[in-house]
Design a protein around this ligand. Structure first.
Ligand code: COA
Length: 272
C-alpha cells in the first residue's frame, strides 16, 4: 500500500509530502495518523535540521476529507468523530510546538482544515498561483479545526471575516499580501526559494531556534510584563541545554571580531 505521507532528507532538510494527489491531499484519518508517525520519526533526528511540509500533485491540501473524516465518522457516532478530531488536532498541535523549525511550501490548493498545518508551520512560502480558501461556508459549516482561529491570528479582522463568510479563494500573491504566507514566488522557483530559507535556518543555533519559535507563539497571548518575564525564563531554560553556544557567539563578536550578530550568525562548531 502506498504511503499517504512520504519524506526524504537532502542536505539536512526533511521534505515531507502529503501524498494523496488523486484526492488533492485531503486529510483522511489514515493520513493524519501517518503524518504523526512521520513527525515523530523526524523530530529528534540529527541528520535533519529543518522540516518542509509540501504536497504531491496539484494540491498542498484540500482540507479535511469530506468522505472519510466527516461522513464516515459521523455515521459511526460521536466516539469516532472525537477520535478523528484528536488525531487531526494532535499532529497540528505537534507541529505548532515542533522541535525543529518548519516551513510550509504551498504548491497548490490549500483549503479549510489545511489552514491548521499552514499555521502549525513556522514559515510559509506559496506558489503565486496556489489557491487558498476557507471553503467551509460553501458546504454549510463554519471553519473548524482551528481554521477560524488561524484566520484571526494571521489576518486583519475585516479580511478574516470576509474570507470566512464568502468562501472566496485568494491566490498566493494575495495570501502574501494579507500575511497568510511569508512570500509568494512563481511555482518554478518555489523549491529553490524554500531551500534558501531553510539554509539560513540551518546556520543558526538549534536550541536558540526552538526557544525563539516557541517564544514568538507564546508571547502573542501575554501582557508585556508577562512576556518579559517569560522570555527571561525561556532563555535561562535554553542555557541549560546550550550554555556554550551563546558564549561562543559573544566571543566571536567581542574578542575575535569575526562576525556581526546584527548581520549574520556566528560560526557553529562543525557537526561530528
Ligand atoms: N474531501 C474528500 N475528497 C476530496 C476533497 C476533500 N476535501 N477534495 C478533493 N477530493 C476528491 C474529489 O472528490 C475527487 O475524487 P474522485 O476522483 O474520486 O471523484 C478528487 O479528490 C479530485 O478532486 P476534484 O474536485 O476532481 O479536483 P479539482 O482539481 O478539479 O478541484 C478542489 C480541486 C480542491 C478545488 C476541489 O477538489 C474541492 O473543492 N475540494 C474540496 C475543498 C474543501 O472544501 N475542503 C474541505 C475543507 S474543510
Amino acid at each position: 500500500m502506498k504511503s499517504l505521507v512520504t519524506f526524504e532528507i537532502t542536505d539536512r532538510i526533511a521534505w515531507v509530502r502529503f501524498n494523496r494527489p488523486e484526492k488533492r491531499n485531503a486529510m483522511s484519518p489514515a493520513l493524519n495518523r501517518r503524518m504523526l508517525e512521520v513527525l515523530d520519526e523526524l523530530e529528534f533526528r540529527e541528520d535533519a535540521g529543518v522540516v518542509v511540509l509540501t504536497g504531491e500533485g496539484s494540491a498542498w491540501s484540500a482540507g479535511m476529507d469530506l468522505q472519510e473524516y466527516f461522513r464516515e465518522n459521523e455515521a459511526r457516532g460521536l466516539g469516532a468523530v472525537r477520535q478523528a478530531q484528536r488525531e487531526a488536532y494532535g499532529w497540528w498541535r505537534r507541529l505548532r510546538w515542533y522541535q525543529k523549525p518548519t516551513i510550509a511550501m504551498v504548491n497548490g490548493w490549500c483549503f479549510g482544515g489545511g489552514y491548521a498545518p499552514l499555521f502549525g508551520c513556522d514559515l510559509a512560502y506559496a506558489a503565486e498561483d496556489a489557491k487558498f480558501g476557507l471553503s467551509e461556508i460553501n458546504w454549510g459549516i463554519l471553519p473548524g479545526g482551528g481554521a477560524t482561529k488561524v484566520a484571526r491570528e494571521l489576518l486583519s479582522f475585516r479580511r478574516a471575516m470576509y474570507h470566512a463568510l464568502t468562501g472566496e479563494t485568494i491566490d498566493g500573491k494575495r495570501a502574501a499580501d494579507w500575511g497568510l504566507v511569508n512570500e509568494a514566488v512563481p511555482a518554478a522557483q518555489l523549491r529553490e526559494r524554500v531551500t534558501a530559507v531553510a539554509k539560513v535556518l540551518l546556520e543558526k543555533n538549534p536550541v536558540a531556534l526552538k526557544a525563539t519559535k516557541d517564544a514568538v507563539r507564546r508571547v502573542a497571548e501575554m501582557t508585556f510584563d508577562n512576556a518579559e518575564d517569560y522570555l527571561v525564563r525561556a532563555q535561562e531554560a535554553a542555557n541549560s541545554f546550550d550554555n556554550e553556544g551563546r558564549k561562543e557567539g559573544i566571543r566571536q563578536f567581542i574578542d575575535e571580531k569575526s562576525y556581526k550578530p546584527g548581520l549574520g550568525a556566528y560560526r557553529k562548531k562543525p557537526r561530528k
